[in-house]
Ligand binder design. Structure first.
Ligand code: ATP
Ligand code: MG
Length: 250
């Protein structure tokens, strides 16, 4: 099967005063349709840069990204983005935030509202359609951001440390919430995380980036059965995978 996403020899140099700063060095990998990939690496290793390249928000200095067999040249509607901060519009309710991308496209308002309401239901926020972001918890705001990213029915969802700012319990809930959504929607996911256990618990495959300039240090399958559960974390198999990922980071 042809992969949904292919990165070939991606390098990125940010311009600066003295010759530029190289953030990524010949990153090569591909993602199959419906796969769940996690990207992990030290701070500054180029994870956010990689997501921006894969989403067409930034052009590579060298190499190329292919999405559904075509060279990426600019943002695509078939790709959803969830940034580290929820970035909701403070004066818009949860429902109005989810609707925003459809509105910008100029489609029918009644249908947009129904679609946004469906997605809020999917992320477990039925009773919060009319709530403003300031009255949502961090985890709820992040779920609105996930619903907003799904509103276009993307084939690919790019998430940049979506649970980074959440407390441990909310984070655990969100992990299983996202896995549930992924299984229902059949979307391809590429998620950046700082947490090794989170990557092993969620992903089909984990990519480890080296220190800057980031290149692929490890590309490892997680041969754990689905659905995943917290209990799996106590198995020797899980421990072994965590060790493999950790030693690639260090
Ligand atoms: N817009 C930019 N202009 C110039 N340099 C940048 C820019 N964005 C990132 N960088 C540099 O590129 C390198 C990689 O940054 P990036 O944000 O991709 O790392 P990261 O792996 O996402 O880090 P973190 O885990 O801290 O979020 C860093 O050295 C950073 O200083
Ligand atoms: Mg980052």
């Amino acid at each position: 099967m042809t992969p949904i996403l292919t990165a070939t020899d991606l390098s990125l140099v940010y311009p600066n005063g003295n010759g530029g700063l190289q953030a990524l060095d010949r990153v090569t990998f591909s993602a199959q349709r419906n796969e769940f990939l996690c990207v992990i690496g030290a701070s500054g290793s180029g994870k956010t840069t990689l997501l921006r390249l894969l989403g067409g928000l930034l052009n590579p200095t060298e190499g190329e990204v292919q999405f559904e067999g075509e060279r990426m040249i600019g943002p695509r509607r078939r790709i959803g983005f969830v940034f580290q901060a929820a970035n909701l519009m403070p004066w818009r309710s949860a429902l109005e935030n989810v609707k925003l991308p459809l509105e910008l496209q100029g489609t029918n308002s009644g249908a947009n509202s129904r679609r946004a309401a469906e997605l809020l239901k999917l992320v477990g926020l039925v009773d919060f359609e009319n709530t403003l972001p300031r009255d949502l918890s961090g985890g709820m705001a992040q779920r609105v951001a996930i619903a907003r990213a799904l509103v276009h029915e993307p084939d690919l969802l790019l998430l940049d440390e979506p649970f980074g700012s959440l407390d441990a319990l909310t984070r655990e809930r969100m992990i299983f919430e996202l896995l549930r959504i992924w299984q229902m929607r059949k979307v391809t996911i590429l998620m950046v995380t700082h947490s090794i256990w989170e990557a092993v618990l969620m992903a089909d495959r984990v990519l480890v980036l080296s220190q800057r300039p980031g290149s692929i240090r490890l590309d490892l399958e997680m041969p754990l059965s689905r659905p995943r559960s917290l209990d799996m974390m106590h198995t020797p198999e899980f421990g072994k995978l965590v060790d493999q990922v950790r030693s690639a980071i260090e």
